[in-house]
Design a protein around this ligand. Structure first.
Ligand code: DAH
Length: 338
């Protein structure tokens, strides 16, 4: 006596097959796939196992046909499971395709020029408008260019070994040194060229100073030199005032205080007033006839002026930096403000 008809059995099998197929198609990860495997193909309490038990309740004549359908369904579900397994194993490709390209990206951080480099370029630009060509000179210098030709005699205290970085390398009898000023470039240019000339030279200079808020053993200077017929202190002041107003912005006052430099006569200290505060920016003067003679110029035919300013000093004034050591610390939190 059969408890289950063949039609009932086949309907049961087809239903199960459809459910298993839907569950496996929907599986998007290993956990869901394993759950479906256990539900349908589980060896002990899987649903296929339950249907297999129904086979015993069929009429003997229906058993071969029912058995074949059962085997087909089991094979189909097993094949589907293998396909899902493969799909999930190629999962990396699936993940990449699922990146949302409409999301905003990670911002890229751009670098920029160091504030001292920016200052140097700005000074060069401004001075170029007045016809001053930008030139450079060596940082390792000989005594002729750093001292002698600038009328800084052998006995002058500026030559003191304690105030200079003399090197263990000599040219002739004189040890070379790291230049202590950019005035060296005045000499180098005048030795090679004839007047008229207008040059500006920006670069590093070295002095064995203890580092503090306003000193550092290496710093930068702006050197300016103009040699033409009929040059006066008035031209010097106009040039400095034009420079300061362009660089700092607004109307900057320039004040000269009498001073002394071996290579200028007369010599002055240059102060600038900006935002209600006077700051000493450097030195200047008319090129000393002895310097013009040292480079083979005729002091009766041409006169010139020269000036030297501290790059860190003008940059600190412009940007409101209180400690010049900040320029060299390479702290991006400081540098990214410029
Ligand atoms: N070389 C001087 C220094 O380092 C600055 C200076 C003063 C430069 C007067 C000049 C000048 O060209 O005319 O202190």
């Amino acid at each position: 006596m059969a408890d289950v008809s063949l039609d009932e059995f086949l309907a049961e099998i087809e239903g199960l097959r459809a459910e298993a197929s839907a569950a496996l198609d929907a599986a998007t990860d290993e956990v869901a796939m394993e759950a479906a495997r256990i539900e349908f193909l589980g060896a002990r309490s899987g649903r296929l196992k339950a249907i297999q038990k129904m086979l015993g309740s069929l009429a003997a004549a229906d058993k071969p046909a029912a058995g074949k359908h059962f085997n087909d369904a089991k094979a189909a579900i097993t094949a589907l499971l293998a396909a899902v397994q493969e799909r999930l194993a190629g999962g990396t490709a699936t993940t990449i395709e699922s990146i949302d390209v409409t999301l905003p990206g990670e911002p890229v951080r751009f670098g920029h020029l160091h504030p001292i480099t920016q200052t140097i370029r700005r000074v060069q630009e401004i001075m170029a408008r007045l016809g001053f060509e930008s030139v450079t000179g060596p940082e390792v210098e000989d005594q002729w260019h750093n001292f002698e030709a600038l009328a800084i005699g052998t006995e002058h205290p500026a030559r003191d070994p304690l105030d200079n970085f003399y090197l263990a390398v000599a040219r002739g009898a004189d040890p070379l040194l790291l230049r202590s000023q950019t005035s060296t470039v005045q000499i180098r240019v005048m030795e090679k060229r004839k007047p008229p000339l207008r040059i500006v030279s920006l670069g590093r200079v070295y002095r064995p100073d203890t580092a503090d808020a306003t000193h550092y053993p290496m710093f930068h200077q702006v050197e300016g030199l103009l040699v033409e017929q009929g040059t006066t202190m008035a031209h010097l002041k106009s040039v400095l005032r034009f420079f300061a107003s362009s660089f700092l912005g607004g109307d900057v006052k320039v004040r000269f205080r009498p001073s002394f430099f071996p290579f200028t006569e007369p010599s002055v200290e240059v102060d600038m007033e900006w935002g209600g505060r006077w700051i000493e920016m450097g030195g200047a003067g008319m090129v000393d006839p002895a310097v013009l003679e040292a480079v083979g110029y005729d002091p009766d035919a041409v006169t010139g002026f020269a000036f030297g300013l501290g790059v860190e000093r003008i940059a600190a004034r412009k940007y409101g930096v209180a400690d010049i050591r900040d320029f060299y610390r390479n702290d991006v939190r400081f540098l990214q403000q410029f």
